[in-house]
Design a protein around this ligand. Structure first.
Ligand code: AHG
Ligand code: MN
Ligand code: MN
Length: 338
């Protein structure tokens, strides 16, 4: 019992690692933890009460909004506003960034960008979903409403990022730039307990994760890389294993633990891919680099991209260092679009 370390205890213990430690970031992570528990409780009821299915509307990106997308968005927003450490949030489910106008929030240092429910098409079929978050210090002056500039910062300026995976168990995984730490939720105690300290992704992996149904529309370099993964070369542990859940959080989490690569390239119909730079790719890029892996758009580092739009999409290749390097080499060698 005595060696259980809860997320709350761990954050306080590590508080001095934060560059501008004063307890605010700890409190902010505490509000994410609280919202995660509330969303977890609701997700666990899927199938029992009327929370699955679509709300009958679309978000600004033309995607069908699920009831739990809206629920998770509301809960995370409310938890972040209540603790007074955040002056505004941007979310997949909000057209524009939302400013919190209470005086205490106006004085807050941080903005949060989030995908409140990732993989939402998997809810109705009882498959893992997640929440992704990314935290920046604002660049606009404290005491004023946040500006666009606060939200459009390159990923390398993140102060913290993480995800919650609502899976066969629920976990919260985060980084503040000092390694990646994972906590498993114990529902009987109502606490997240440290279960994966200092997670590291193997340099080489044997899993590739991509929606291969889109194969015909992929750039030539990606097609060639997929064929490379499938080649029979036992000395190089090929063919690799193909695994694709369709929830980025779940695919990423598996590959982080086992070694592998997740890819969502550009396609003939979606030249920038599908995933969103600010609240899907950047937080995962920060985590993977902290775990010893890489995240690329196929040519350059994800976290060096200067964002221009809140809901901007970007091709995404993330995972074990040698695998990401390898796909970049194929893309360079076969630059044809299709
Ligand atoms: P979201 O549910 O937040 O819109 O994200 C879905 C994303 C990501 O989680 C997943 O990996 C990808 O979309 C799956 O897309 P395809 O169905 O096109 O493979
Ligand atoms: Mn998503
Ligand atoms: Mn989502």
């Amino acid at each position: 019992m005595s060696d259980i370390r809860t997320l709350g205890e761990f954050i306080v213990e590590k508080q001095t690692d934060f560059p501008h430690a004063s307890g605010e970031l700890s409190s902010l992570l505490g509000s994410i933890k609280l919202a995660a528990k509330i969303v977890n409780r609701e997700i666990n009821k899927a199938g029992l009460v009327d929370i699955t299915g679509s709300v009958g509307g679309e978000n600004i990106q033309g995607e069908d909004q699920q009831k739990l997308d809206v629920y998770a968005n509301d809960k995370f927003k409310a938890a972040l506003e209540a603790r007074d450490q955040v002056c505004g949030v941007a979310s997949e489910e909000e057209d524009e960034a939302v400013a919190f106008n209470k005086e205490l929030n106006l004085n807050a240092k941080y903005v949060v960008l989030m995908d409140p429910l990732d993989g939402s098409s998997n809810i109705d079929v009882n498959v893992s979903v997640g929440t992704i978050f990314s935290i920046y210090r604002r660049v606009s002056p404290e005491g004023t409403p946040p500006t666009e500039e606060d939200f459009l910062q390159p990923g390398h300026r993140q102060v913290a990022a993480g995800y919650i995976i609502y899976g066969s168990s629920t976990m919260l995984v985060y980084t503040t730039g000092n390694g990646v730490h994972g906590f498993t939720y114990d529902p009987s105690l109502g606490v997240f307990c440290l279960s994966h300290e200092n997670m590291q992704i193997p340099e080489d992996g044997q899993i590739y994760s991509i929606n291969e149904g889109n194969y015909i529309r992929f750039p030539m370099g990606v097609k060639k890389y997929i064929k490379h993964c499938q080649e029979d070369v036992p000395d190089d542990n090929r063919p690799y294993t193909s695994r694709y859940i369709g929830s980025l959080v779940a695919d990423f989490h598996r590959n982080l633990l086992k070694g592998g690569i997740y890819m969502y390239p550009s396609t003939a119909t979606h030249p920038n891919g599908k995933l969103r730079l600010l609240y899907e790719c950047n937080p995962m890029a920060f985590l993977i680099e902290q775990a010893g892996g890489l995240a690329s758009d196929g040519k350059k580092r994800i976290m060096d991209i200067k964002p221009t739009e809140l809901h901007q999409r970007v091709p995404f290749f993330v995972g074990s260092t040698n695998m990401v390097h390898n796909v970049e080499t194929f893309i360079e060698e076969f630059p044809e679009q299709h």
